[in-house]
Design a protein around this ligand. Structure first.
Ligand SMILES: *Cc1c(COP(=O)(O)O)cnc(C)c1O
Length: 398
């Protein structure tokens, strides 16, 4: 395959609605900024020069196209072919950079000079700080204190890249709190500031914009499957935190009605409230960060704490398009727990020589549990596991 996959550019959904989900539940003061962003994004994504800039950075800087790897030993284990889309090989080690580069180019085009972002595991903050260094933008990353402690290496990297990492909230604060703080900053400084959200969440147009930028994963993977496997996959499997790597790879297969789509949420320690991150599986409809979707909340509508061994999957909400794909039955979603993810982490490492992110390990674990069919499975290997070594060491395979 020559050059990066093409983005799948669709018109923004009217009012940002995906069935009964999505929308834009924000204070009136934010509405003009969101409208400006939508108009600028539509215009940019229709401009061949903007797309050429994006593809140029994706190819020459980020390392696209990422390989599609036929995982032969894992396939033996699964009893059917397994193909891995290697987003772990993208610069900075995860798919997040696709979105950060695209949004930074857009922000520059809009004449913004300052970037704010939220981060949980630090992967989105790192991708944003990286893109800001490259494109010479001021960068402020909001991060919960607990996450800063857990992801000290990513904090150090962001500082090295010239970003300012702002600690948020009490000692237990995580991604939800960082997101709220980033939104607050943006709303206050919207004239010269762009908010780079890290997943397909938040108010319209973000879910649509981030999906479009991540669709590079799916359009590449679909072409590579046809080229290398000679057919489309029977199932596409991806981990779901906010849902950006999953929708990015699903986007290319939505019209292929024979291709099953499976999203994998964090089952954490179990189904008790606060012990997992399974918004679709165990949540209820509600509004979080400006968008209606499935969220983890108590009966009074208070957002519940979350847990996953992989920090990238512990967001208490999920992208509205996923909520709709579940409602329409086009995609299905399962939750795998910490133990199952760690086992898959070790298995992939030993069988294929690939140390995966714990987020991606959830997808690998789910792929190995598929029992229907014998056709090829395409797994989005969303990131590499270097960041997770400390978490995994000391937890031996079962
Ligand atoms: C952030 C992250 C995820 C989860 O985010 P999505 O928006 O659901 O893709 C998954 N894998 C890796 C490696 C990540 O860094």
């Amino acid at each position: 395959m020559n050059g990066p996959g093409r983005l799948i550019v669709t018109a923004p959904p009217p009012q940002g609605r995906y069935g009964e989900f999505g929308g834009s539940f924000v204070p009136e003061t934010v509405v003009p900024a969101l409208q400006e962003l939508e108009a600028a994004a539509v215009e940019a994504l229709g401009d061949p020069r903007f797309l050429a800039d994006f593809y140029g950075l994706e190819a020459g800087y980020a390392g696209r196209p990422t390989p599609l790897h036929h995982a032969r030993r894992l396939s033996e284990r699964a009893g059917r072919p397994v193909w891995l889309k290697r987003e772990d090989l993208l610069h900075t080690g995860a798919h997040k950079l696709n979105n950060a580069l695209g949004q930074l180019l857009l922000a520059k085009r809009m004449g913004k000079r300052r970037i704010v972002a939220e981060t949980g595991a630090g992967q989105h903050g790192l991708a944003t700080a990286t893109a800001c260094a490259l494109l010479s933008m001021e960068c402020v990353v909001y991060m919960g204190r607990e996450d800063m402690r857990r992801q000290a290496v990513n904090v150090a990297k962001m500082n090295l890249l010239g970003a300012r990492v702002e600690p948020v909230g009490d000692p237990a604060a995580t991604l939800k709190d960082a997101t709220s703080e980033a939104i607050r900053d943006w709303v206050t400084n919207v004239r010269d500031t762009h908010y780079v959200i890290g997943s397909v969440v938040g108010p319209h147009p973000y879910p649509w914009l981030v999906r479009t930028l991540q669709s590079v994963i799916g359009s590449e993977a679909r072409a590579q499957m046809l080229e290398l496997a000679g057919r489309l996959p029977e199932v596409v499997v991806a981990s779901v935190g906010g849902g950006s790597n999953a929708i990015g790879i699903f986007a290319a297969f939505l019209e292929d009605s024979d291709v099953k789509l499976l999203g994998v949420e964090a089952g954490g320690r179990g189904p008790e409230p606060g012990a997992h991150g399974a918004s679709l599986g165990l949540g209820t409809p509600g509004v979080l960060h400006g968008s209606r979707s499935y969220i983890l909340q108590d009966p009074d509508g208070q957002v519940l704490p979350t847990h996953s061994i992989s920090a990238g999957l512990d967001y208490p909400g999920v992208g509205p398009e996923h909520a709709n794909l579940m409602a329409t039955g086009r995609a299905s979603y399962v939750a795998l727990d910490d133990r199952q993810a760690v086992d898959a982490f070790h298995l992939l490492t030993r069988l294929e020589g690939i140390i995966p992110a714990l987020e991606s390990s959830h997808a690998v674990a789910a792929a190995l549990r598929l029992t229907d069919g014998k056709g090829p499975i395409l797994v989005c290997l969303s990131g590499r596991g270097d960041k997770d070594l400390e978490t995994v060491l000391g937890r031996e395979p079962a």
